[in-house]
Design a binder for this molecule. Structure first.
Ligand code: ZN
Length: 310
């Protein structure tokens, strides 16, 4: 949904936002972690992550980045499922940001706490929307993000998610931006779905406006982010068959915004994609389809790969 723009909560925000920066890795990689540990442990720590209510405690240990290390460790070439990228994709890193977190619904006081986005103060995070049947936007965004990671890793790209199932809520929007920045990501994509009125349909990509204030200065990313966003939009339309949003963007599927902390604080080329409207029955039928989500991930991946020159 249009995260970042929910009204302030009257509740007091008493919880302390965790400063840990998690780089959750997918379970498939974690399974091989014992074998790969000697390589990975240069700059990494292996942590059994425990989270709050609703967490899947059966998951294997995750590899997370210690706070002192600002770079992303390459996916080990020893993994059969992680080919080495060749040509222009070699050495490139992509950060994927699954919008919201299913746990946000149970942590409203924490996510309502305001953070500095340079140009303003905004809520740490929002719950995101749901379909009328209750399928959460945060479930959708994580599923698409994981599919997207799989496609990109098959191209040999290094990929990190801003969060997975490693935390009970969040991260805050400023932390989501920081993860992409500290990874020196060549491209960052935040995955969302909108929650607007029935009859509003289609996708749109949100591009960063040129802003400057506090820690926010997007002058260097406005141009490359537009290139990234246009490529993602056109490829998304091709793979999914979806049309550009009919309720904003004048039919271009592109919208520029200056109020999103995740964009304002980014130093790396970054866009958001709103894949469809969860509150529209026809769009919801697409968003709840695993086959459609795979097409969505493929389209986003194709846009990223094109942007990176692959
Ligand atoms: Zn959202």
């Amino acid at each position: 949904m249009r995260y970042d723009d929910s009204p302030p909560s009257p509740e007091s925000a008493s919880s302390v936002s965790p400063e840990r920066r998690w780089f959750a890795r997918r379970s498939g990689l974690a399974v091989g972690a014992a074998v790969l540990a000697p390589t990975l442990l240069a700059g990494w720590v292996l942590v059994q992550v425990t989270t709050g209510a609703g967490a899947d405690d059966a998951r294997p240990p995750r590899i997370v980045m210690p706070a002192a290390s600002p770079t992303v460790t390459p996916t080990p070439s020893a993994s059969a499922s992680a080919p080495q990228a060749k040509g222009p994709l070699a050495g490139k890193t992509v950060v994927i940001d699954p919008g919201h977190n299913t746990g946000n619904f149970e942590h409203t006081s924490e996510i309502d706490k305001k953070v500095d986005i340079g140009t303003a103060r905004k809520e740490c995070d929002t719950t995101g929307t749901t379909t009328n049947a209750g399928y959460k936007e945060a479930e959708f965004t994580l599923d698409v993000s994981r599919r997207l990671r799989t496609v990109l890793e098959a191209k040999g790209l290094k990929v990190a998610l801003t969060h997975e199932t490693d935390r009970a809520w969040g991260p805050c929007i400023n932390e989501r931006a920081r993860i992409g920045n500290e990874a020196a990501a060549d491209a960052v994509v935040s995955v969302h779905a909108d929650g607007v009125s029935e009859g509003s349909r289609g996708y749109h990509v949100i591009l960063p406006a040129k802003v400057k204030g506090g820690a926010a200065d997007t002058a260097k990313i406005v141009g490359p982010s537009r290139d990234l966003g246009e490529r993602i939009g056109s490829n998304f339309a091709r793979t999914t068959g979806s049309a550009p949003a009919n309720y904003l963007g004048s039919g271009t599927g592109l919208v520029v915004r200056d109020d999103l902390g995740g964009l304002n604080l980014s130093t790396q080329p970054k866009v958001f994609i709103e894949c469809g409207n969860m509150r529209d029955a026809k769009d919801a039928a697409l968003l709840t389809s695993p086959e459609w989500r795979q097409k969505a991930a493929q389209g986003i991946a194709d846009g990223i790969v094109g942007f990176l020159g692959g």
